[in-house]
Each structure stands twice: as structure tokens, then as C-alpha cells.
Design a protein around this ligand. Structure first.
Ligand SMILES: NC(=O)c1ccc[n+]([C@@H]2O[C@H](COP(=O)([O-])OP(=O)(O)OC[C@H]3O[C@@H](n4cnc5c(N)ncnc54)[C@H](OP(=O)(O)O)[C@@H]3O)[C@@H](O)[C@H]2O)c1
Length: 290
């Protein structure tokens, strides 16, 4: 089977490519810079203003988008939403243009779609929230749902824990220096997933014909920020004496809402379908990543 992957050069994409190649899939990687090869992949252009050529792809996994990390200036927010909404529209147009269409479209989404919900558990049926990230995710998913594929999966990914990218390497450095600490009250829930489990879950969605619609890409054991802090400090054998007060985090702008908001997301679909998490619990995931 040939899987087309946008964002194959990114954090999640690279791990997915490695895993899919090991499982014997052919990969077509779509990139804004197809001249930069990704080992084992056929490279194709992901044009900025036209649909990509998805010919020959039997599945498409769409992961491209401007990173949400960093300060959300007006232009950054515009890049975050445009790259997702218009990018997804172009991928869907690329598939609509084909006579032989892919069987399945797995489109990246994020748990940012859910509202700040305190201690309430959030399954895939939970309603969407308000605010920039939630409204971007709703519009992003709406574009994906126009896909002509028999199955469309909306992968609502949580905080991805990985050695090589995302927020974790920075957290690890702070905690190793003894500068780690909880954010705000620390009572807010954090829904995380180990990168290896996420890559396996994406292929599980590609392969499992009974999966369609929203799928929470999170581990079955979300934790409160204070517990995440305690586990990470203990894993690096340092105290976590500091506390970043909410008012200081607010200096980061709207992105602080994502750090302080509480999202206790559970992988309802993945669990119901019997997805075997390798890292269901945080301490083992952290041990593996340190
Ligand atoms: N990492 C996380 O913690 C996390 C959490 C929730 C959801 N997600 C979602 O999962 C998807 C993949 O995440 P990731 O962490 O792997 O992403 P990433 O590494 O930040 O980027 C993925 C790829 O997107 C392309 N890209 C970057 N900026 C772009 C822009 N402005 N316009 C168009 N394409 C752009 C780049 O590919 P080329 O340069 O090759 O085109 C890049 O390699 C994203 O949609 C993200 O929102 C990630």
C-alpha cells in the first residue's frame, strides 16, 4: 500500500515514516521543499496555492501545519490557522481530482478543539470549545470532512512527548537544571501521548476499517500538571521547587490558555478498538524518553 504523508518532515511525520517503512508500506512524502529528501520516501511538492498530486496514494495522512509552539503574534496565528484550514482544503481538492481515490484520509487535528473542562472526562463526542485554537480546529476538521474517501479519521492529538522535538526537550532541560515546576495551580489536566504510540495509532487508523470520525490521540492516563511535574522531577532526580504563576504565564499571550486550561481527554475510540498502548502511563513514558 502507498501512503501519502504531508508534514512527513515534521516531528510526528518522521516517526510515522520510519514505522510505515519498517512495516513495508511505500511512502509518498509531500513537502514544500521536495528537494530535501526523506530517506526511503518518494518526494512530491505540496504546493502553497494548488492541490498536491495524490495520484497512486491509497491512504493519505495529513500532518502539515505551522507549529503552535511560541508566541502567538497576529501573523503567527494567521499562519497557524491558514496552514491548517487552507492546507487541508488543498489536500482534499487533490483527492477529489483523482479517479482512483484513496481508501482513507487521516487528518491531523488537536485536543485544542475541546473546551477547558476542569475535571470532566472528554471523549470524542464532547462538544467543541471557543477561542482561537478550538475554532481553528473546528474549521480544520470541517475541511477534512469534505474528503471523498470512504473513511476520514480526525486525529485529535494531545501533547506529544518525544526526545527530538515539541515541548518535551525544553521541559526536560529545565527540570534537569532544577528549574522545573508546576504551571499555575497545577490542578489542570494534561493529556499527553508518547510519540511511538501516536505513530502506531496513526497506522492503526489507516489499517482498521472500522475506524472513522474523531479519534483522540492521547494516552489513557492523563495527569494533572502537578503530577506531571512530580513525575518528571523524580525521573531526572531533581526537586521541582518552582511554580510559574498564572499571571506570569499570561505574558506569553493567548498560548498560556493552552498551558493553564484543563483537558482530561481519554482515547475512547482507540480503547474501544483495542489499540495496544505501549506507554499508557506517564512514568514509563518519561523513563523511556530520558
Ligand atoms: N506535536 C504535538 O505536540 C502536536 C499536538 C497536537 C496536534 N499536533 C498536530 O499534528 C500535526 C503534526 O505535528 P508535528 O508536531 O509533527 O508538526 P511540525 O513538526 O511542527 O510540522 C510538520 C510539518 O508541517 C510543515 N509546515 C510547517 N509550517 C508550515 C506552514 N506554515 N505551512 C504549511 N506547512 C508547514 C512542515 O513540512 P514541510 O516543510 O516539509 O512542508 C513541517 O515539517 C500538526 O497538524 C499539529 O497541529 C501536534
Amino acid at each position: 500500500m502507498n501512503i501519502g504523508i504531508t508534514g512527513a518532515s515534521g516531528l510526528i511525520g518522521r516517526r510515522l515514516v520510519d514505522l510505515a517503512l519498517r512495516r513495508g508500506y511505500d511512502i509518498t512524502a509531500f513537502s514544500r521543499s521536495p528537494e530535501k529528501p526523506i530517506a526511503g520516501c518518494t518526494m512530491r511538492l505540496f504546493p502553497k496555492d494548488a492541490p498536491p498530486d495524490c495520484t497512486g496514494c491509497e491512504a493519505v495522512v495529513h500532518l502539515a501545519g505551522e507549529s503552535v509552539l511560541g508566541l502567538w503574534t497576529r501573523s503567527k496565528k494567521e499562519r497557524i490557522s491558514r496552514s491548517r484550514i487552507e492546507g487541508t482544503r488543498r489536500v482534499v481538492e487533490g483527492m477529489l481530482a483523482l479517479r482512483n481515490r484513496p481508501e482513507v484520509f487521516v487528518s491531523g487535528s488537536a485536543i485544542g478543539i475541546y473546551p477547558d473542562s476542569g475535571d470532566a472526562e472528554l471523549l470524542e463526542e464532547a462538544p467543541a470549545g471557543r477561542g482561537f485554537l478550538a475554532e481553528t480546529a473546528v474549521a480544520w476538521e470541517r475541511e477534512a470532512q469534505r474528503s471523498p474517501t470512504p473513511r476520514t479519521v480526525l486525529l485529535r492529538t494531545g501533547i506529544v512527548l518525544a526526545r527530538e522535538g515539541g515541548a518535551f526537550p525544553l521541559m526536560r532541560r529545565f527540570f534537569r537544571l532544577g528549574l522545573g515546576g508546576r504551571l499555575g495551580t497545577g490542578k489542570q489536566w494534561m493529556s499527553w501521548i508518547h510519540l511511538d504510540d501516536l505513530a502506531r495509532l496513526i497506522l492503526f487508523c489507516v489499517e482498521n476499517q472500522s475506524i472513522a470520525g474523531p479519534v483522540n490521540g492521547t494516552a489513557p492516563w492523563p495527569v494533572r500538571n502537578e503530577d506531571f511535574t512530580r513525575f518528571l522531577a523524580s525521573a531526572v532526580h531533581r526537586p521541582a521547587l518552582f511554580n510559574a504563576p498564572a499571571f506570569a504565564l499570561r505574558l506569553l499571550g493567548e498560548f498560556s490558555d493552552e498551558l493553564l486550561g484543563s483537558k482530561r481527554v481519554l482515547p475512547g475510540v482507540a480503547s474501544a478498538q483495542g489499540f495496544p498502548f505501549e506507554f499508557p502511563e506517564l512514568p514509563a513514558a518519561l523513563k523511556h524518553l530520558l
